[in-house]
Design a protein around this ligand. Structure first.
Ligand code: SAM
Length: 184
């Protein structure tokens, strides 16, 4: 082998190895631009949302747009529920997984880097939201179609237009809305 062919060979191996090394360390690429930015729900509001839904260890709680994972992590840690968080932003998923690890609830919680509008949410018994009024309205047909009658829906700050809530709470100036999916 000549000096030139050894040099070429070394360069080729380095080029092939580089993307593989990058894949193991870099955050996943973003699926698409989030519909709403990350703003966390204050912990006392998280607690009130899970309390109004009467979450227990038999529930499966889905947080659609789960941010740093505080709602699923609290549902698992405080109430023993199984919980799923869905977020389109891979950075949020990374933070949520770290928070689940710290809280010791990785056996009960999972975070999916998906678009909440395309994820199958049919196994949920409780759905939590902190999105936007327009996103709640866009989501409503999916909630009605996929969720079982009796599934509880809790939204921080935003209502569902003409769908009147069964309960409305004020938690330190924040509004929490509560509905249940009606019979088909
Ligand atoms: C206002 S934050 C709420 C975070 C968390 N649920 C809470 O209450 O603390 C909204 C989250 O939705 C995520 N998001 C926006 N559009 C989304 C989509 N289409 N699918 C999944 N997640 C989305 C954002 O990345 C962000 O983390």
């Amino acid at each position: 082998m000549t000096f030139r062919s050894v040099t070429l060979c070394t360069a080729l191996v380095a080029a092939l190895a580089a993307p593989a090394a990058a894949q193991t360390t870099a955050t996943q690429p973003q699926l698409r631009t989030p519909d709403v930015i990350f703003v966390p729900t204050p912990q006392e509001v998280v607690d009130a949302m899970l309390e109004v839904a009467k979450v227990t260890k038999t529930d499966v709680v889905y947080d659609l747009g789960s941010g740093d994972g505080r709602i699923p992590v609290t549902a698992a840690k405080k109430y023993g529920a199984r919980a799923v968080g869905i977020d389109i932003d891979p950075q949020r998923i990374k933070e949520a997984n770290a928070n689940a690890e710290t809280a010791g609830v990785t056996d009960k919680v999972k975070f999916l880097n998906q678009d909440l509008f395309t994820t199958d949410i049919s196994e949920a018994s409780v759905v939590t939201l902190y999105l936007l009024p327009s996103l709640n309205l866009k989501l409503m047909p999916k909630l009605m179609k996929e969720l079982k009658p009796g599934t509880r829906i809790v939204s921080h700050a935003f209502d569902m237009g003409d769908w009147k809530p069964e309960q409305t709470l004020n938690v330190n100036g924040r509004t929490v809305y509560y509905w249940t999916i009606p019979k088909k």
